[in-house]
Design a protein around this ligand. Structure first.
Ligand code: NAD
Length: 239
């Protein structure tokens, strides 16, 4: 599957993974787009935006409570684990749009959560930030200051923390190989990371059962799931 680029892969000193919801699909967490994606059953634009939260925080928190339950019971799959195993052979950095923490649970040591984390919460008014692994019984949950707490995730229309984004660009711009797994590459600015990698002449590998809007820019597109393709990629390093 990877024959055409196996030499470049084996020689690579730094591999950056750009991952999205699809890499966790085989852990039982639905994607937003693609087959069986959440878009199909929910109007995510009515839920994952700051306007939706301001209009109806209870509704948005109900949705996040469900997602939190799903994430807390999920385990990393062979795709997440393969990325962790690759650390034995090369420097590996994961730039993920996911908020599920499964890369860390699989043992990846350098993960930048570009869109935040579903276990993190913050106050909408004061500076309080925290982490919680239980379901909220009273929603919307309140901060000790009396104001509403929100998930510490980046919603559609919100900017990424600038220091985190700058760090992501530095990694993208200094890798030999970028593997883009399980993302539709429609969410900005994460979808510009392959452009930074190309500035460093990195090779771009896409792993996705479906084509994406950037397929034509890839050096290699693997039409497979990440739990199948990523262990195969790691096997190249063992040859
Ligand atoms: P997306 O839903 O837009 O796209 C998912 C992509 O994954 C699609 O291109 C689909 O074809 C592909 N895919 C589906 N199953 C796959 C598999 N088994 N292996 C490999 N690829 C597979 O997701 P996105 O690009 O990450 O962007 C949407 C936003 O969704 C992000 O901001 C992210 O925070 C959020 N999100 C995160 C989670 C999570 O944390 N697990 C879940 C849903 C949505």
């Amino acid at each position: 599957m990877f024959e055409s680029i196996s030499k470049r892969l084996r020689e690579s000193r730094k591999i950056v993974f750009v991952t999205g919801a699809g890499i966790s699909q085989e852990s039982g967490i639905p994607t937003f787009r693609g087959k069986d994606g959440l878009w199909r059953s929910n109007d995510v634009m009515k839920l994952a935006t700051i306007d939706a939260f301001n209009d109806n925080p209870k509704l948005v928190w109900e949705w996040y409570n469900e997602r939190r339950k799903n994430v807390f019971s999920a385990e990393p799959n062979l795709g997440h684990k393969a990325i962790t195993e690759l650390e034995k052979y090369s420097k590996v950095v994961v730039l993920t749009q996911n908020i599920d923490g499964l890369h860390q649970k699989a043992g990846s040591s350098q993960v930048l959560e570009l869109h935040g984390s579903i276990v993190k919460i913050k106050c909408t008014v004061c500076n309080y930030k925290g982490e919680t692994f239980t379901e909220f019984l009273d929603i919307p949950p309140l901060c000790a200051c009396g104001n509403i707490l929100r998930p510490e995730v980046v919603w559609f229309g919100e900017g990424l923390p600038q220091d985190l984004w700058q760090e992501a660009i530095v990694h993208a711009n200094s890798c030999d190989v970028m593997v883009i797994a399980g993302t539709s590459l429609v969410v900005s600015p994460a979808n510009t990371l392959p452009i930074y990698a190309k500035q460093n002449n990195a090779i771009l590998v896409e792993i996705n059962p479906d084509e994406t809007i950037m397929t034509s820019n890839m050096d290699l597109s693997i039409r497979s799931t990440s739990a199948i393709a990523l262990p195969e990629l790691v096997s190249i390093f063992k040859q």
